[in-house]
Design a protein around this ligand. Sequence first.
Ligand SMILES: *Cc1c(COP(=O)(O)O)cnc(C)c1O
Length: 792
Amino acid sequence: MTPNLLQADVLRHLTFTQGKDAPHASLQDWRLALSHAIRDRIVVPWFAATRRTWADDRKRVCYLSMEYLIGRVLEDAMINLGLYDVAVEAMAGLGLDLRALIDDEPDAALGNGGLGRLAACFMESMATLGCPAYGYGIRYENGLFRQHFEHGRQVETAEDWLAHVDPWEFTRPESAYTVGFKGQVEIRDGREVWFPEETVTAEAHDTPVVGWQGKWANTLRLWAAKGTADFDLARFNRGDYAAAAEPETLARTLSRVLYPDDTTHQGKELRLKQEFFLTSAALQDILRRYLANHGDLGALPAHVAIQMNDTHPAIAGPELIRLLSDVHGLPFDRALEIARGCLGFTNHTLLPEALEKWTMSTFGTILPRHLQIVERIDSWHRRNWPGRPHYLGILKHGEVRMGELAFIMSHKVNGVSALHSQLVKTTLFPELDAMHPGRIVNQTNGVTPRRWLRMANRPLAGLITRTLGEGWEADLDRLRGLEPHVEDAGFRADFAAAKHENKVALANWIGRETGLALDPHAIFDVQIKRIHEYKRQLLNILQTVAHWHAIRANPEAGWVPRVKIFGGKAAPGYAVAKEIIRLINDVAEVLNADPVTNGLLRVIYPPNYNVTMAERLIPAADLSEQISTAGKEASGTGNMKFMMNGAVTIGTLDGANVEILHEVGAGNFFLFGLTADEVARRREDPEHARKAIQASQPLLDVLQMIAEGRFSPAEPERYHGLVHRVWHHDYFLVASDFAAYHAMQAEVDRAYADPARWWKMAALNTARSGFFSSDRTIRGYMDEIWQTTSAL
Ligand SMILES: *Cc1c(COP(=O)(O)O)cnc(C)c1O
């Protein structure tokens, strides 16, 4: 592929796909034309992969996820196809800056945070590894809300990524399935038959996902909801326009919005309908494809592995049984065994408020046949494991428990980090684990190094290639080869220079966005993730205030300059999280305006954190904040992205931090805080917060300042509730971990003041991050859960 050929393709698409004449084309027109020209190149390996899979009758992985947090596609696709440099030249020849075209693409934000981003990384790794796979999800018209701040407060607006065409998708009106809801179950010829009262059509939209070097591509198939009833022309002709369109409008609400809450289960009817919509359409599609060249449904598990990303698609168990028995006539127990042979379940959380439960009345109204099937699954399980404790079961206290359902209907259940998988065994499903030994396995999360290192961090990727040669992107353990170089001052200087280049770029961007000037020599200290009490952004901002207070008391003490960067959204209904956002912004306003300290300490909170912002911030970070209350973060994946990019972690022994610490070594990680066991014990003391506060003068001072309205002078009592909660409730142990965190931050300053020490630590973080490639994770799923091999 030469620049000239690509240029010709772009012009052809501009003319014949966009219908635009070059002199009148907008930036967006050019971006769409380039995207189509790039997509053409993906179609070739995509078709080849599909043909190979059919010809070899290969087992396919079907990944079911309510979320895919994809971000932008164009640059990632060009890099995987090796066309980036060609595209720079081709577009320059047309008088266009490739960067501007890349930056014109909106993020596909079909997810809340880590869970959705994991699904996107997995799709890329499956394509890279040649693992034949379909990703199934929902084509939300409105993805995750946009965030901006008004007087420091989060304000949400609708996201509309589909307001313009999505150049990556192919609409497949011919691949459509009917999904039903409500209605009755009747016996016909001795068989249960479900007569739904409502139906919608699920229409497929396919996006090809190409792997590294374009050797393989899989399909991300997202379902859009459409009405099934014909448009009511009679009503329309009578002038009743709104009523004529009503069935269509109702159907479309199903794929309209992504629920913007990643940790609380609310039991909303529409959510259950969305979950069933995704799952039923996907399973119908899977069976249709299987039956196209197989007769025996009994062999389904040898040909299809279906992975449930959390319990959201856990209705897959009953729905697959229904399709196999009610529709295809297999006996119930046989259908159950086949379904279990196909299904795997990934658990993502231990937070009790996040565990999905539906009241039996909601569940039974929307899915009457499935409620019967769930009852049969539960009694089948009770019969076969007679020792099952009476308090256990899928149906308890008038509720359907989706965790138990997913566990019982899967042949493998996995946690997402070593610590988390252990806690899944000991605290979440101890009885089920004892009944089904070996079913729970661990697959520690990972992230794709193509996007998160090669694409997001060109300066460092370039240094790695110059040091190790080509090809490390698909063999990330090779980064170990950097280790001997960390003793070399020249290499360390190159490593530091790469980081500096990223920091300057970030400072320029923040300068443009906010008008604030940042010192790129300062420590860039970054905490970006959803705002949640357990993630403890509050601990970070309280420590920031303590640090400010200390600088003010002694401005000439030789402080190491620091830039504190926050990013993240709060669920719209999560009042405490929103209060924390406001506090961060209020503190930022006061600190950034303080002439005594603002050369030494800045607080920056750019709004609307998303994948694209993560790609800007992470390569520029020196310090990665991973400070959740131990035992609460299942894995984290942000922590892995930072490590790969040469940021040093300050963190607790939680989630995959434990494995990061193990890989990188204690000398290259700022560890602090209570362990998961200590957290549980500490909570038993009802006075834990008060004792911790009274033992720490800096924390006392900070809480005093906030309570006095130092950061909210127009409304001094604004944070009384928040301060009161720290004193008297503090479930997430902010007070108990404060002193250790504050002391460890001082250690960070000392380390940064010694460049030889710091850059060795930073470089070792990159060198030892190979384990956290999602390629390693996917190989684990392929071997231990999916029983499938690479087609490459
Ligand atoms: C990686 C990522 C996350 C997950 O971050 P954690 O720190 O693991 O919670 C969330 N949002 C975006 C945009 C990400 O890229």
